[in-house]
Design a protein around this ligand. Structure first.
Ligand code: PNS
Length: 159
């Protein structure tokens, strides 16, 4: 069974993330969307809220599960029987961080391969941090996140 881990903060999940998950789900038997539980600086959504939002956003995909992990990503991946880590690449600006992370993960565990997938071009500018900022200032995020995430954002920012 081919298993991949798609790790991240997902604060909150966006249509860009969903696009990557859908692509990964066609390539692997099982995709584990894994929220990192390592020290986070002031997240907007709790882990439970994020898990819930990811489950709702991926309920059309039978081979996707949601989990959280602590510690090193490669240790988590190998404990789940995964030999691939999925990361999304939107623009050149993502590259340097992703490149360093992929090589660090490889130096920690040679058996885990990082695969980069590109989301549809319409999501190139979409990131969780920009979604949070736009929503906090009253902007419309309908094109950026699923409807239930938009509702959760409106509630957080009491609009
Ligand atoms: O969505 P993000 O915030 O870019 O995700 C970053 C994440 C969670 C994938 C990364 O910080 C991570 O893998 N953390 C786990 C700790 C770890 O393994 N660090 C060493 C890899 S460089």
């Amino acid at each position: 069974m081919k298993i991949a881990v798609y790790p991240g903060s997902f604060d909150p999940i966006t249509f860009g993330h969903v696009d990557i998950i859908e692509r990964a789900a066609t390539l692997f038997d099982k995709v584990i969307v894994a929220i990192s539980s390592n020290f986070e600086k002031d997240p907007l959504f709790t882990q439970d809220e994020r898990v819930e939002m990811i489950i709702k956003s991926t309920d059309h995909l039978q081979n996707v599960v949601v989990d959280r992990f602590q510690g090193l990503l490669v240790d988590y991946a190998s404990s789940e029987g995964a030999n691939a880590v999925i990361r999304g690449l939107r623009a050149l600006s993502d590259f340097e961080f992703e490149f360093r992370m992929a090589l660090m993960n490889r130096s920690l565990n040679e058996d885990i391969t990082t695969l980069f997938l590109m989301p549809h071009a319409r999501f190139t500018h979409v990131s969780s941090s920009l979604v949070r900022e736009v929503a906090s200032l009253g902007g419309d995020v309908s094109q950026l996140v699923p409807a239930h995430v938009k509702e959760a954002l409106l509630k957080k920012f009491k609009r």
